[in-house]
Design a protein around this ligand. Structure first.
Ligand code: G6P
Ligand code: MN
Length: 433
């Protein structure tokens, strides 16, 4: 049987994952699922553990749920490790969003200054987990959903020799589902080739039952009802001619760059009303945990769909299943470029459609990203690399440089102010600084 270890097991998202494993038990027999968390998360972990046990019992699946605060004990002999932790919990995310906004700068979980600080806090923790895996279960695959997934994958490539790391995000799946709805076709019939970076990915090629439908897909994306987004991002439609000009499908997060003024304005309003996304999520989580505590609840509640993580368990379980079953299907993951995207560095982390086998992901060769988008992608790649290096070294000059090359930071003067304020505010989670 398979042993899976989920670090950050007390997350409100965990019931998704449990549901995903239950649905696939016939092809992916997970015999032991270990949910690991830290002392601060003990209470949540217990609630999630009890719910998970009710869910597997209700489904009649012989999956054993183990709950522990001892990460090293859990990792012993694991086949798959998934990471979904949040360093500093939601209170740190609230700061990531509120501090930049207090300087009238975009405050977002994975982009700009907020994403940068999330990277600084999280990268050392993931590298620490990798050291434990190398010692205790070196054959295990590490599937990381922890954000910022792109920066973390970059850091793992640059600063470890660990090869069994895969970064995962639900955005490509959300785009795939959104486009299939727009085209009114079964998602299984549609194939989209994706490439780019995490939260900066593009749909490049489109096929229906194997036939090229690029023209049809691009036309549909210019329709007034084409506002594909995620629950956490304002679904403002794009200018249809802009989409025509790009000639690729942009991911919803590109709105933070290409609708920057509009997104900032809206977020500033929410900030003034104490309603940044992090604060909305905190309230949602409180409500979710109230439901989770109910001993009568034995399945994933509907309310979980209000979170941005829709389809995340499908992405995770499909990936694990394809590795386990050596399936050779195509899924979108964050991995080592190796020339797949010709106009990005050979060695960098990319989010790209990849063939998944028991050897892990092998990226599809997609050629060059078009001129229209490669500029911003390169700039963000530089930002990710500098952030990864700053997180590991604790070098303040590197940190300031990383932050200021990000196009969402309006000036080096403001960048400095935000850097100092956030370094102070997050210091307990930044031991390298
Ligand atoms: C999307 C992203 C995730 C992110 C989530 C935020 O799903 O792909 O990386 O964590 O949105 O959703 P939330 O409900 O926490 O704002
Ligand atoms: Mn994501």
């Amino acid at each position: 049987g398979i042993k899976v270890v989920t670090i950050g097991g007390g997350s409100s998202y965990t019931p998704e994952l449990i549901e995903g494993f239950i649905k696939r038990y016939h092809e992916l027999p997970v015999r032991e699922l270990w949910l690991v968390d830290i002392e601060e998360g003990r209470e949540k972990l217990e609630v999630i553990g009890a719910l998970a046990k009710r869910m597997v019992e209700e489904a009649g699946v012989p999956m054993e749920i183990k709950v522990t605060l001892d990460r090293r004990e859990a990792l012993m002999g694991a086949d798959f490790v998934t990471t979904q932790l949040r360093v500093g919990l939601l209170d740190a995310r609230i700061k990531d969003e509120r501090i930049p906004l207090s300087h009238r700068v975009l405050g977002q979980e994975t982009n700009g200054a907020g994403g940068f600080f999330k990277g600084l806090r999280t990268i050392p923790v993931i590298l620490d987990i990798i050291r434990d895996i190398e010692e205790l279960c070196p054959e295990a695959w590490l599937i990381n959903f922890t954000n910022p997934a792109g920066m973390i994958t970059e850091a793992v490539l640059r600063h470890t020799d660990f090869k069994r790391f895969i970064g995962l995000c639900n955005v490509p799946l959300g785009m795939h589902m959104g486009l299939s709805q727009l085209l009114d076709v079964d998602p299984e019939r549609l194939r989209v080739d994706f490439a780019g970076l995490n939260h900066m990915v593009f749909g490049l090629n489109f096929y229906l039952d194997g036939r090229d439908i690029r023209g049809k897909a691009m036309d549909a994306l210019q329709r007034p009802d084409a506002h594909i987004s995620m629950a956490n991002i304002m679904a403002e439609p794009w200018d249809p001619d802009f989409i025509r000009g790009l000639d690729v499908m942009p991911c919803p997060y590109l709105r933070y760059y290409w609708k920057h003024g509009d997104m900032l304005e809206k977020d500033l309003k929410n900030f003034e009303n104490n309603g940044t996304r992090a604060e909305v999520v905190k309230e949602l989580e409180r409500e979710l945990f109230e439901l989770y505590r109910d001993p009568k609840l034995k399945t994933k509640p509907k309310q979980l769909e209000e979170r941005g993580g829709a389809y995340y368990s499908d992405a995770a379980c499909e990936l694990i299943s394809s590795i386990y079953n050596d399936r050779g299907d195509i899924q979108v993951v964050n991995t080592h470029n190796r020339g797949a995207v010709a106009n990005l560095p050979y060695d960098c982390a990319v989010e790209v459609s990849s063939v998944i086998t028991k050897e892990g992901p092998r990226p599809l060769t997609v050629g060059e990203l078009p001129e229209e988008v490669i500029g911003i992608v390169r700039q963000i790649k530089t930002f990710e690399r500098l952030t990864a290096d700053a997180a590991v070294s604790g070098d303040r000059v590197k940190a300031l440089t990383a932050l200021n090359v990000n196009p969402l930071i309006p000036s080096d003067r403001v960048g400095r102010i935000i850097l100092e304020e956030m370094l102070t505010s997050h210091r307990e989670y930044l031991p390298n600084f």
